[in-house]
Design a protein around this ligand. Sequence first.
Ligand SMILES: [Zn+2]
Length: 300
Amino acid sequence: MIIDSHVHLVTHAMAKAAIKRMDKLSNGAFSKMSQSGPGIMNREFVDFLKKTDIPEFARLWVEELDKNKVDRALFLPISGGGHDELDEFVRLHPDRFSAYMMPDDPSKKKVVKELEQRAKSGRFLGIKLYPCVSGISVADKRAYPLYEAAGALNIPILIHFGITMAPMADYRLTNPMDLMLPSRMFPRTNFIIAHFGAGFFREVLLLGFHAKNIYVDTSGTNNWRLFLPQVMELSAIFKRAIEVYGAERILFGTDTILNGATGYREFVLTEQQKAQEELGLEQDARNLIMGGNAARLFGL
Ligand SMILES: [Zn+2]
């Protein structure tokens, strides 16, 4: 069984809402920057989004999952405005798709209410936080009620730390060390660090010293490795992550976004399987990483 615990659904409405939000956060600087620079969204992508509605996205995704023998995928929106669309999408294939909620501001009281309501549907199984974009540190006490509610509902919280493609990211909020306090204050709440910490690999390993409720996802190209003082092979990253966290706390992901030009990130799936093979990892451990852990953690 393969479960991809980290993919994205980006629709036209979500992209528009995200641009509006970036402009609000940056006093309009985002649009100006996009016009003068290379732009975060190219024309082909926008054209693809415009002509692809939710049923078409669902059809494309099932096709891609089938092609790659992936049983289920967990989808992240790109901004909090996309929850209804994401729900509509998951409803079409609840046996293949699940969703994460992504609150724009985790410190708001209404987020807890929304979580309780969305969790009831059984389609939203996780929360995604993006501190460097929301501007709220995960250590901010105002987000504690959300951590408490997530723990009570058994909803894991996935967090993006480290380097990011996201424009307007405040890199002062990218260090996973911010998670130490909340992870200890809320031992019933499970936290997942995306992309092995996207550059903060050392910090991710240090966090493993204490926290039994922290997991790591393998998603993406992991090209953050190219920006470290010493480039590590992907197999070495898997090796150290397994040594510190154990295979039972590592979740497979590809970070796929369908954009009309490229399909499911098969190369990421293959590369990660190869890395595990190179380590001589036992089949049981590989099964956990590729899907068993996600099934257990998300109650699938
Ligand atoms: Zn992602």
